[in-house]
Structures are given as structure tokens and as C-alpha cells.
Design a protein around this ligand. Structure first.
Ligand code: PLP
Length: 399
């Protein structure tokens, strides 16, 4: 069948593909340790599930306003004030079917053919493809361990051109877990203040998953003069273990929020009514489950970083946020598997681990750097230990 050219311009999400492969093997009875998942292994907290059930019984099962119900917008407004001291009105909020959909709406509403969007790398897999779909050009600023996987003000300044439409900032970051400090954001903000045609899309989806006593900052909070040019993207998926409920949102200039809602009115219409009610409870209700989840994630992060760094040929940066580590495995490249296959790329290494060690991880090439791989620690400690033992053994078996 002849498909539209735009289909061939993009790749299916590689992270979802790895996760699906690991789940399929598990379904066949193979004992796979899956480090591919981009979702918490915890259940949605009971009080949030209850709010969803109540919403069904109370009849919230019909079409809703496209850009989000007023009670959810009010909960978002209260959260933005409480957590970040940022003030918004209802027409400065747009609710969509997940943060991914929100980011998609932003790209569709802002990008003209040939516009550039700056993406710090290693980056989340969907950013470049969404930009390409909108007719834009992704421009990468690649980083590594030497700067804690963070871009510098100098790099940013050099990369901005008259065609730059926006910069995507994702802190804590998927896949590296790196988190920008207040001072680092202030320094980037100074550069952005010099270029007033550049907007900032702050993807704050991992904002609450932060360790080592660090605090989260949004650039609009640190540099108030940038608020009118900042679009904050967030959602309930990661913080409240609600990945399947599909609620994400943006806060930003009224004109843009209106444009995103207009685009959405011709695609999905409103995000699910029941999930919106549950999200009101997530944002307004008790926050203890989030804190408990963070304590567990931090323990796992510390363990996994120690184990990886003890393996020959592996070095793992100790990141402070999200639920990912991004170890550098390039020290094992050039070696051969017991079956005689030479490991030359992150995909070779991932394939070897899946076949021989029954461990699934996502090759770094999917995030823009072939030296690394991403491991999610949103799996039980027991499975993390098992997975680490298997990777250690598999590396020992390389010649
Ligand atoms: N942004 C980043 C950096 C992510 O890692 C993800 C999910 O993996 C999303 C956005 C999308 O989250 P959702 O669409 O579930 O809200």
C-alpha cells in the first residue's frame, strides 16, 4: 500500500519496541529481566484509583471541554503555584492525552517548515521525530559525563540561530537522569534572555523523582523574565504511577494553549473524562505515595550504579533523578561473544544481552549516543540484582 511520505520520516518508538519484545519473551515463559520499561512498577495509589471508580459511577463518562475540565485546570493551577510559585489562569492550561501528546500538540502548533528546535542529547526518543513530523529540523547539543550530561551556556549560545523556534529542556532527563541546578538554569536563562525569539519547552515529567536531597527548579521559576516564553509540560504518568491513564498538560501563553486545544479538537477531542477526575485527586490528594516511591527508587539507583561501576569496561554516571541510569559500555566494544560475534555497537551489545543473558535494555543509539545503554530501575530490587548478576556474567564471557 502506498503510504504518506511522513510515515517513513520517523521511527517507531524504540523504547516501546524493546519493552514489547521483553514482554513477549516473558509471555512465552522465558525468564527475562526487563530494564526497558519507562514506567513505575508501583500501582496507581488507592485513593486515585477510587476517584476514577467514583467518576464512572457519578456519570463523568461523556464528552468534556477539549482542553481540559475546569476542576483539573484548577488543580494544575494550584500545583504550579504550590510547587513552583508560578501563576497561571485556566486559559493558560491545555490538557491532553499524556505529556507525549502535549509535546506533539506544541510541535504542531509552533513549528513552520524549516524551523529549528534545539534538543540537548542524549535525548528522549520522541522529541526529534515529533519535530520532523511537524516539518522542523532537530538540532542536537550532545553532552556526556564530563558535564553531568548537561548543556553549557556556551554550547547553547553557539547553537541558537535566527531559525531557532524553541529549546527543549528535560530535567530530570530521560535517558540520563541528569538534573539541572538552580544556578545552571540561571546561566542558561541569561543566554536565552539575549535571544528573545527563542521559546523554552520545559518537560518536567520527572520533576518529583529527584534524589540526594536535591530540589527541582523550573527555568521560569528561576528566571521570571522567561515565563512568558516558557511552556511547562507535565503529567501524572510518572509521579503517580498513572502511565495508562493518559493525562498530560501544558502551562504557557494563552494564544498557544488555544492553538493546541484547537488542533486537539480535530484529533482526539478531550482526554479521557474518568482519567481527568482521577488526576484531580492525584494533584490535590495526599502526596505520601510519591515520597515512598522516591525512597525506593533512590535505593535502587545507588545499588545499580555501584554494581555497574564494578564491572570491567563499564562506567556509570551517578545521576540524581528520573528512574534511569545511562552507563557507558563502550569499554566492552571490540570483544567477541562466546558464539564469535564481535560487539561493535550498543545494538550488538543489547542483542547479545537479550539472547545470551535474557536481559533487556535499550541501546544508547536510540537516544543519540552509541556508547551507552539505558537501564530503567523501575523494576523490583530482586530483579535488579538478578539482572546485574546476569550482565556481569555476560561481560565476563566476552573474549
Ligand atoms: N517526556 C519524557 C521525557 C518521557 O520520558 C515520557 C515518557 O516516557 C513522556 C514525556 C511522556 O509521558 P506521558 O505521555 O506518559 O505523559
Amino acid at each position: 500500500m502506498k503510504l504518506a511520505d511522513r510515515v517513513n520520516k520517523i521511527q517507531p518508538s524504540p523504547t516501546l519496541a524493546i519493552d514489547a519484545k521483553a514482554k513477549a519473551l516473558k509471555a512465552q515463559g522465558v525468564d527475562v529481566v526487563g530494564f526497558g520499561a519507562g514506567e513505575p512498577d508501583f500501582d496507581t495509589p488507592a485513593h486515585i484509583r477510587e476517584a476514577g471508580k467514583k467518576a464512572i459511577d457519578a456519570g463523568f463518562t461523556r464528552y468534556m471541554p477539549v482542553g481540559g475540565a475546569d476542576d483539573l485546570k484548577d488543580a494544575i493551577i494550584a500545583k504550579m503555584k504550590r510547587d513552583h510559585n508560578l501563576e497561571y489562569t485556566r486559559d493558560e492550561i491545555s490538557v491532553a492525552c499524556g505529556a507525549k501528546h502535549t509535546l506533539y500538540n506544541i510541535s504542531q502548533a509552533l513549528i513552520q517548515e524549516g524551523d529549528e528546535v534545539i534538543i540537548p542529547g542524549p535525548y528522549w526518543v520522541s522529541y526529534p521525530d515529533q519535530i520532523v513530523l511537524a516539518g522542523g529540523t532537530p538540532v542536537f547539543i550532545m553532552t556526556d559525563e564530563s558535564t553531568g550530561f548537561k548543556i553549557t551556556p556556551e554550547q547553547l549560545d553557539k547553537t541558537i540561530t535566527p531559525k531557532t523556534r524553541y529549546l527543549i529542556l528535560n530535567s530530570p532527563c530521560n535517558p540520563t537522569g541528569s538534573t539541572y541546578s538552580k544556578e545552571e538554569l540561571a546561566a542558561l536563562g541569561e543566554v536565552l534572555l539575549k535571544h528573545d525569539h527563542v521559546l523554552v519547552v520545559a518537560d518536567d515529567i520527572y520533576e518529583r523523582l529527584i534524589y540526594d536531597g536535591l530540589s527541582f527548579y523550573n527555568i521560569a521559576q528561576v528566571v521570571p523574565a522567561l515565563k512568558s516564553r516558557t511552556i511547562v509540560v507535565n503529567g501524572v504518568s510518572k509521579t503517580y504511577a498513572m502511565t495508562g491513564w493518559r493525562i498530560g498538560y501544558a502551562c504557557g501563553p494563552k494564544e498557544l494553549m488555544g492553538a493546541m486545544t484547537k488542533m486537539q479538537s480535530q484529533s482526539t477531542s478531550n482526554a479521557t473524562s474518568i482519567a481527568q477526575k482521577a488526576s484531580v485527586e492525584a494533584l490535590n490528594g495526599p502526596q505520601e505515595p510519591v515520597a515512598a516511591m522516591c525512597v525506593e527508587f533512590e535505593k535502587r539507583r545507588t545499588y545499580i550504579v555501584e554494581r555497574l561501576n564494578a564491572m570491567p569496561g563499564v562506567s556509570c554516571f551517578k545521576s540524581n533523578g528520573a528512574f534511569y541510569v545511562f552507563p557507558n559500555f563502550s569499554g566492552v566494544y571490540g570483544k567477541s561473544t562466546p558464539a564469535g560475534k564481535k560487539i561493535e555497537t550498543s545494538s550488538d551489545f543489547a542483542a547479545y544481552l537479550l539472547e545470551d543473558a535474557k536481559v533487556a535494555l535499550v541501546p544508547g543509539i536510540a537516544f543519540g549516543d552509541d556508547r551507552y545503554a539505558r537501564l530503567s530501575y523501575a523494576i523490583s530490587m530482586e530483579n535488579i540484582k538478578k539482572g546485574m548478576d546476569r550482565i556481569e556474567e555476560a561481560i565476563k564471557n566476552l573474549k
